[in-house]
Ligand binder design. Sequence first.
Ligand code: FES
Ligand code: FE
Length: 376
Amino acid sequence: MTSTSLPPSLIPTLPGEYYTDPEVFALEQERIFEAMWFCVARASELARPGQFRTCQVGGESVLVARSRDGGVRAFLNICRHRGARLCTQESGEVRRAFQCPYHAWTYGLDGKLVAAPNLTSMPDVDRGEYGLVGVHVREWLGYVWVCLAEEAPSFEDEVMGAVVERLGDVESIERYGVGELRVGRRITYDVKANWKLIVENFMECYHCATIHPELTEVLPEFADGYAAQYYVGHGAQFGERVRGFTVDGSEGVDRIPGVAEEQDRRYYAITIRPQVFVNLVPDHVIFHRMYPMAADRTVVECDWLYLPHVVEGGTDVERSVELFHRVNQQDFEACERTQPAMSSRAYARGGVLVPSEHHIGAFHDWVGERLRRPAG
Ligand code: FES
Ligand code: FE
């Protein structure tokens, strides 16, 4: 069936190969993940100088570390000598330098080459020139974002702009003070599905009535299938008898003081392309980051963020965490059920989107447009 023969209620999805073909994935790594701002870590994971984290951004391993001046620096995690991966741990802390495990070239927290065996006998080697390759880095909402492009796109336009596009203005997220919140819980999900299936799933709520019984109890309007992301500035309202955004609708924890009256008892969802989802409720923020590892595998790290005294005082956040943990499991199970079908001949030309999903078509157009764009 071609798109021209579809009835007006339906629009086509991407063909199945977009979710399985390693060549498409390689192109996405180059033209999406390595070209855009990519969220890598919670800044509090790098609280002290020398604390570091490594992660995969597109096809590259990136090392982010807190430097002595208090700023965060990001580098390609590759030794400039003969290319060994410098840091093999996912996270950790060094005292003052990173030492390559191969021939012991040693780099300061600012990336400069500070020592190497026999370096003094090579006075012509410039230590800055042979330092680690730096990449662009920003901190926002208490997270560290990197960009591997030579010329980074505007953070204000692309990252903050995505929030403005959804909420109408940037103040609407700033009121939650996301940067000052603490991680009350982090759960990492290893999802056997293409990253785009996870984005598409997050953008629509046509599935909510079928797979999210707890969520639709708390947000009854989700049972109608229209996602919060369907309308600009719209937050889904809590059900009348719901007391908090918890698995059983029971009372949540202390409300974030800056949250405006009109934002109270509402749930807002934001997609920051390509790999971040933000969920705002009055007493916490749920922040997802996807790390696409292969065409059919995506690691999702999800943080539940609360006011500092809630986390430090040991308040029980179990029922609050449990709600979105179940939503995550339900969603990722659905994505994993869909992934194998992407290589079926039944899906060679893709599937269809119903009207409440038509906005996903814009995401598909965006992916297609990025992949056609020349690298640069
Ligand atoms: Fe790192 Fe040789 S490759 S010191
Ligand atoms: Fe869902």
